[in-house]
Design a protein around this ligand. Structure first.
Ligand code: UT7
Length: 339
């Protein structure tokens, strides 16, 4: 019997403040910029997104998502020996959002009279919109080698903090949110629930097409700390590499695309999802789509979509599910699992 890691619970969190496309049309008009609901829906599929209020950080959204995932898994926080947070919008330069989250989870558990989580490993993974795929890959590997038994794997983002609201080509695309899963060790012969294959890649020569070029030095922000994207270049690369990653995990697990019950892709643009589904000959009714309501929440988008699909009764136990992501770096990857 080999050790596998399986998702035993999912959770997610969205900030209360919801902005429709019409709200953004007004916001941008006040800055002398023109956009429209028609343009945003037609080019991206996005109708609304959520933004945090001042003072709310990635770890606050992650806390809510993790507590929902722990409840769904029936897992006490004290069993957790690994926390991996995928984020490009951390609370601080350091320590990691994962370490901050561990403390917030513990404080919250203690307030309920339950034991906290201290002493396990906690760290962040930075792979922008592919971050959750990277985080899941790392947590799966740590469970398989016996370093961890029960992990919280989280995507948490406050992208509204790094948007340039004078750039209509990017600020209409992104939103804030968090999704989390409890990943736990289990033993079987390869026929049970669990992560069956992972595949992650990066190609740093594409750094410039999607980046936040600013950094902190000498007590000041050096360079521009807002998101820059060459949308068309990202779009073209995304469709190609997502197909490659999808085919790679299917081949590793000895499965065909037609075996898939669900594809849960990174939620950047409905047209990218349709392109991937077409290449895999997968009907769109097997693709989980939340981009219309969340926008692009970067590393949070896949676990957010997964949690919503699980809670809506779409993704069920025993089904074959593919998660896949692509983003700045350029990074991309996929995870194939039996729920
Ligand atoms: O999460 C990481 C991965 N990120 C992505 O996957 C994003 C990938 N890229 C995309 O999703 C698309 O390229 C965008 C949605 C960003 C842009 O769609 P597009 O079809 O590639 O549009 P475009 O950049 O070619 O722009 C078409 C036109 C331009 O006007 P002209 O030059 O044709 O007159 C833009 O100036 O649309 C204009 N435009 C807008 N118009 C109204 C750009 N942004 C807006 C806007 N409202 N917000």
């Amino acid at each position: 019997m080999a050790i596998y890691s399986r998702i035993s619970g999912t959770g997610s969190a969205l900030p209360a403040r919801r902005l429709t496309n019409a709200d953004l049309v007004h916001l941008l008009a006040a800055r002398g910029l023109e956009t429209s609901d028609e343009w945003i829906v037609e080019r991206t599929g996005i109708r609304a997104r959520h933004f945090v209020d001042d003072g709310v950080n990635a770890s606050d959204l992650a806390l809510q998502a993790c507590e929902a995932a722990l409840t769904a898994a029936g897992c006490p926080l004290s069993d957790i020996d690994l926390i991996v947070v995928a984020t490009s919008t951390p609370d601080m330069v350091f320590p990691s959002t994962a370490a901050i989250l561990q403390h917030k989870l513990t404080q919250s558990a203690l307030a309920r009279g339950e034991a906290g989580a201290t002493g396990g490993a906690a760290f962040d993974v930075q792979a922008v919109c592919s971050g959750f795929i990277y985080a899941l890959t790392v947590a799966d590997a740590l469970i398989k080698v016996g370093t961890a038994r029960k992990a919280l794997v989280v995507g948490a983002e406050v992208f509204s903090r790094i948007l340039d609201f004078n750039d209509r080509t990017t600020c209409v695309l992104f939103g804030d949110g968090s999704g989390a899963v409890v990943l736990e060790a289990c033993e079987h012969d390869g026929t049970g629930a669990g992560i069956l294959a992972t595949d992650v890649h990066a190609d740093g020569k594409h750094t410039g097409i999607l980046c936040v070029p600013g950094t902190v030095s000498g007590g000041q922000v050096l360079g521009d700390p807002t998101l820059k994207m060459d949308g068309q270049a990202v779009f073209k690369l995304a469709v190609g590499v997502l197909e490659d990653a999808a085919r790679a995990v299917l081949a590793k697990a000895g499965k065909a695309a037609s075996d898939l019950d669900w594809l849960v892709p990174h939620q950047a643009n409905i047209r990218i999802m349709q392109g991937t589904a077409r290449k895999l000959r997968l009907p769109m009714d097997r693709v989980v789509v939340t981009v219309d309501q969340h926008g692009n929440t970067s590393a949070a988008s896949i676990p957010l979509a997964l949690d919503q699909a699980v809670r809506a009764g779409q993704v069920k136990s025993g089904q074959l599910v593919m998660l896949e992501g692509v983003g700045g770096g350029f990074t991309w990857g996929a995870v194939l699992l039996r729920k």
